[in-house]
Design a protein around this ligand. Structure first.
Ligand code: SAM
Length: 462
């Protein structure tokens, strides 16, 4: 049997399992094929759209034997849209796939498998996102589109007026903005053909207060459009901003903005605490499920007694630091993005918390100045690339009794946990949470404690 790529489109394959990013793995002789929109244990006819030396990417053209987990998707763009990966799978099966992926990612860590709990399901599997960024585009027949990118495509946009990741109010905002742009004849930006045009629409919706922020990003100012936005979204948006991006290369980023209505910010409530949200700063995009994750984090932080000093690294606008305020004597949040540091400080004041401080520092380099010599608990919630070896090195030097790791990337988590375990920590519990139903994303909360801690109390009562 040769190790060559399946060359004939229309191959019939039997799928085995879901791999990270949601494709189903199948084998054609000894050749691996990653199949979009297939589920484990299905027999499918595929079309191969990309071939490499030892593997290929394919899409399903016919399902010959469906999985019992397969369901009829409730979105017309399911399978094509880059927003959802699993709309064709029952929710219980989605949770199983995510747990299996986590088990696979952590398979090199002795003892990890036994510690991985079932994924905590999301209470709402639709309308759960509090932030969406939609892109403007143009259909082949010239129609203005506003929505999400077709999977794997930079140019093709699928209309978001039916997108179930957001609320009905958000869908209605999309409809009205498209109608307004059509009425005024404002085109979508195109990097080759239309330099003056609309780029993105950001909608942020605070689930605890019901407040909404809408930001339109364009390459050119437009007074008529600005006035029309305020008028058409009057009952749906508490604040509206018009941002400009004159750099036509690369991803659209606001360079400056005008506030058309309100303050340019909204207020969210999470676990009883109030947070300022603006168009730029990171905030957990599933408020309800982030509440569950952070409640559990607070429990685990307190499970071996009250920390004297706790660090919240990659603190963003401070939600974890504010959770820790209730269980630690002193909390220090560290974050590099200046607007988030400023928002975190406002959030600390807004909630009348007096045992939390924020430091501005890049955590990937040296240990930030101003940290106390003794730290009992370190919480990390890094972006997708995870921690750098340098960060892990100075964390190990701090030698906290416990570390809590919040991860959005199982591969980076596996790599970092290995270094922490080699550095003298042991895994206590691994708890995945589903913050993003219908997508392959998984959030994982891990507790580690110093393996040489003789005090039994240093181990959590999980
Ligand atoms: C996944 S978010 C978590 C934020 C916060 N914990 C929360 O739940 O809202 C990661 C945060 O790390 C920050 N960040 C990214 N790279 C950083 C670095 N090198 N040093 C410090 N902070 C960084 C980002 O600005 C972002 O706020």
């Amino acid at each position: 049997m040769t190790n060559s790529a399946p060359s004939v489109n229309g191959s019939i394959l039997r799928t085995e399992k879901i791999v990270y990013q949601g494709q189903a793995l199948a084998r054609d002789s000894r050749f691996v094929v990653f199949v979009d929109n297939a589920l484990p244990d299905e027999t499918v006819r595929v079309h191969i759209y990309k071939k490499k030396k030892n593997f290929a990417f394919a899409r399903v053209v016919e399902i010959l034997e469906p999985s019992p987990d397969r369901v009829e998707p409730d979105c017309p763009w399911a399978g094509d849209c880059g927003g959802c990966t699993f709309r064709h799978a029952a929710y219980a099966a989605q949770l199983r796939y995510k747990k299996d992926n986590l088990i696979e990612a952590l398979h090199g860590l002795p003892g990890a498998r036994e510690l991985i709990r079932d994924v905590v399901p999301a209470p709402d599997i639709n309308d759960y996102r509090n932030k969406m960024v939609f892109t403007f585009g143009t259909s082949p027949d010239g129609e203005l589109l506003l929505g999400l990118h077709r999977r794997g495509s930079y140019r093709h946009i699928l209309p978001a007026d039916v997108c179930k990741l957001q609320s009905e109010a958000s869908r209605e905002i999309v409809r009205r903005v498209v109608a307004l742009a059509n009425e005024l004849g404002v085109p979508a930006f195109h990097d080759k053909r239309q330099p003056n045009g609309l780029r993105t629409l950001t909608i942020r919706e605070a689930r605890g207060t019901g407040q909404r922020l809408v930001e339109l990003l364009s390459t050119v100012p437009d007074d008529d459009l600005a006035a029309g936005l305020v008028n058409t979204l009057d009952d749906l948006a508490d604040t509206i901003t018009f941002a400009l991006c004159t750099n036509l290369q690369g991803p659209p980023r606001p360079e400056r903005r005008a506030i058309l209505k309100g303050t340019g910010t909204i207020e969210e409530v999470m676990n009883g605490m109030r947070f300022l949200i603006d168009p730029d700063t990171f905030f957990q995009s599933n408020t309800i499920q982030a509440e569950a994750l952070f409640s559990r984090l607070r429990e685990l932080a307190a499970s071996s007694g009250r920390p004297e000093v706790a660090l919240d690294l990659f603190a963003g606008t401070g939600p974890i630091a504010l959770q820790l305020a209730a269980v630690a004597k002193r909390v220090i949040g560290v974050e590099s993005f200046a607007p988030s540091v400023e928002a975190a400080r406002q959030n600390i004041a807004r909630n009348r918390i007096n045992n939390v401080d924020m430091l501005a520092a890049d955590l990937n380099k040296v240990r930030p100045e101003g940290l106390p010599a003794r730290v009992d608990l370190v919480v990390v919630d890094p972006p997708r690339p995870g921690l750098t070896p340098k960060t892990i090195e100075w964390m190990l030097d701090l030698a906290p009794a416990a570390i809590l790791y919040v991860s959005c990337n199982p591969a980076a988590l596996a790599r970092d946990l290995k270094l922490l375990v080699n550095g003298g920590y042991q895994l206590d519990t691994i708890e995945p949470f589903d913050l993003f139903p219908h997508t392959y994303h998984i959030e994982t909360l891990v507790r580690l404690s110093r393996a040489d801690a003789t005090d039994a109390a240093a181990r959590p009562a999980t």
